[in-house]
Design a protein around this ligand. Structure first.
Ligand code: PLP
Length: 356
């Protein structure tokens, strides 16, 4: 086992698996695809030649993603600006593996999405972590201090997971202006009204934006994409695993982003308006602190997170207990569900909180 000693202390990615009727713990979309769309997908799946490798360039799907972005964000983007990954997790790992020198650190604020730490630890790359302030934003002075360590890659999840807020864009611009390769992970941007960094990614050598289909209805197929200048995308694509986007994934994503586009967009609208409804109801409950959210989930602070988390499970509601993370004492992260699931959560938390 000595061969694997480097992995002994690895803090691996963990997820909530407790079975519960109402699951609001993984920031997935609350909606499955419609039967009509599933029918269309089934037809196309039947046409797959299963013995064959998929299109290695994923050209058609890239063109459809570019069209989706052009329609929804009115930017000038083409298939050449995209690199696709088996989830954006794969792209995060790729970036941490190939940008700059492996011996030189990456930098990111904490608390944030744990895969930055996991990926860096897996490949043995040094990390510079600095704390977010009490509003979970970045203090420019803290960032500037951390930059003395000379990181070569900066990662910002904005909107951030698990805090739900977007970062001060000036902080992100600071690393860009200093010439550090900057990744803006926009996994939750569809739920935010803040400005995306997509224009930067399309026009600047040292900026890329990451997106994912996981939060907008397709977590099952594992599809993420990176947006960059054509030359940057071309280079990064060289380091991608061959055939990393399976044939079924390509077929499903193409169908959903064409025939199902309206369906997906209206679900995003629903999640945003439901989030605003739930947050305003939660604010009425005493003993709860509710944090603002630009995402499809939100963060609350409760009197005793471990206890509240357990009591919610007893009521059949699963949320994510974040209280083990630094700066997240007594915080729970809750995904937006269907209206009735959110109502069940609201009723349950109100009942549970009464006992404190
Ligand atoms: C900020 C952030 N980035 C990336 C991901 C990974 O997304 P994917 O499912 O595409 O790997 C997540 C998933 O929760 C996330 O929260």
């Amino acid at each position: 086992m000595n061969f694997l000693s480097r992995l002994k202390d690895l803090k691996a990615y963990k997820t909530e698996t407790t079975p519960c009727k109402v699951r609001l713990s993984s920031n997935e979309s609350p909606f499955d695809l419609s039967e009509e769309l599933k029918e269309k997908i089934s037809q196309k799946i039947k046409e797959i030649n299963f013995q064959k490798y998929p299109d290695p360039t994923v050209r058609e799907l890239k063109e459809i993603i570019a069209d989706f972005i052009r329609e929804t964000e009115k930017v000038d983007i083409s298939a050449d600006n995209l690199v696709l990954g088996n989830g954006s997790d794969e792209l995060i790992h790729l970036l941490i593996s190939v940008v700059g020198e492996i011996s030189q650190p990456i930098i990111y604020p904490v608390p944030t999405f744990p895969m930055y730490q996991v990926s860096a630890d897996v490949i043995g790359r040094p990390k510079v972590e600095f704390f977010l302030n009490s509003s979970f934003d970045i203090n420019l002075s803290d960032l500037e201090m951390a930059l003395y360590e000379n990181p070569q890659l900066a990662l910002f999840a904005s909107p951030n997971n698990p805090t739900g807020n977007s970062f001060n864009p000036e902080a992100i611009k600071l690393t860009i202006d200093k010439g550090i390769f900057t990744v803006v992970d926009e996994a939750y941007i569809h739920f935010s009204d803040k400005k995306s960094f997509i224009e930067y990614a399309l026009n600047t050598d040292n900026v890329v934006v990451l997106r994912t289909m996981s939060k907008i209805g397709l977590a099952s197929i594992r599809l993420g994409y990176l947006i960059a200048k054509k030359e940057v995308a071309q280079l990064l694509d060289k380091a991608r695993m061959p055939f990393n986007i399976t044939y079924p994934t390509q077929v499903i994503a193409k169908t959903v982003l064409t025939d199902g586009r309206k369906e997906i967009l209206s679900q995003i609208d629903f999640v945003k308006s439901e989030r605003d409804r739930v947050l305003s109801q939660l604010k009425r409950i005493q003993k709860l602190k509710v944090y603002p959210s630009d995402a499809n989930f939100y963060l609350i602070k409760v009197p005793d997170a471990d206890k509240v988390h357990k009591m919610l499970i007893e009521k059949g509601v699963l949320v994510r207990n974040m209280s083990h993370l630094p700066k997240m004492e007594n915080c729970l992260r809750v995904s937006i569900g269907k209206s009735e699931e959110n109502d069940t959560f609201l009723k349950s938390i109100e009942e549970v909180i009464k006992d404190f």
